[in-house]
Design a binder for this molecule. Structure first.
Ligand SMILES: Cc1cc2nc3c(=O)[nH]c(=O)nc-3n(C[C@H](O)[C@H](O)[C@H](O)COP(=O)(O)O)c2cc1C
Length: 185
């Protein structure tokens, strides 16, 4: 398992890690319990503040933990963790502690009670920014309030879900900066 040395990461650059739509692990804490769920349905909503939206099914144990605590951590794994990521998405925190079950380590966050997952290369601490769409659509709108990202690798091998048990792994980087209007970079 990769060991990451993480450092503070600028909030206005969080999109560099979340805009490509990687599968993430959402960690939460409510009362004396912590939990983790796997999530693919999410999107960036703004640079500054760094806003981020996601869909969470209300049958998930995480749903009420997130709604009540109004906090979470978005943890980004690499492909080496894929079996664990699927396992976490195929069981419920109602049936036991997923940190213990999957051998993951919970590090304390700085600004929220939800834990950072040490085995992920990036961790984004979030507070609920807008609750209007939770009940009607299952959509939580978060503000990232603290970001921790590993110094290396520079090009993490994130995984991207295509449905039906198929994933893509992040591949080569193609740069076309000269073609962009500055405001679209
Ligand atoms: C690859 C993958 C992607 C998933 N994406 C989402 C998602 O975007 N939203 C969601 O609510 N559940 C998603 N799930 C399902 C939850 O992770 C799953 O229901 C989990 O068991 C919830 O755990 P909990 O009951 O402990 O909260 C996904 C599962 C997998 C395996």
């Amino acid at each position: 398992m990769a060991r990451y040395s993480k450092q503070d990461f600028p909030l206005d650059n969080v999109r560099r890690h979340l805009e490509p739509g990687p599968i993430v692990l959402v960690s939460s804490a409510w009362k004396s319990e912590t939990n983790i769920m796997t999530m693919g349905w999410h999107m960036m909503l703004g640079f500054t503040p760094a806003r981020f939206a996601c869909y969470i099914w209300d049958a998930n144990h995480s749903f009420e933990m997130l709604r009540r605590s109004r906090e979470c951590v978005i943890n980004v794994p690499e492909v080496a963790l894929l079996e664990t990521v699927i396992g976490i998405g195929n069981c419920s925190g109602r049936d036991g502690d997923k940190f213990a079950r999957f051998g993951l380590r919970a590090d304390p966050a700085e600004k929220v009670k939800a834990p950072l997952i040490r085995e992920c290369y990036a961790n984004f601490e979030c507070r609920l920014a807008d609750s209007k769409l939770i009940r009607s659509e299952g959509v939580f709108i978060w503000e990232v309030v603290k970001a921790h990202v590993a110094r290396s690798p520079k090009a993490p091998k994130t995984v991207h879900y295509r449905g039906d048990g198929e994933f893509m792994v992040a591949g080569s980087t193609v740069k076309r900066r000269a073609l962009f209007k500055p405001q679209n970079l």
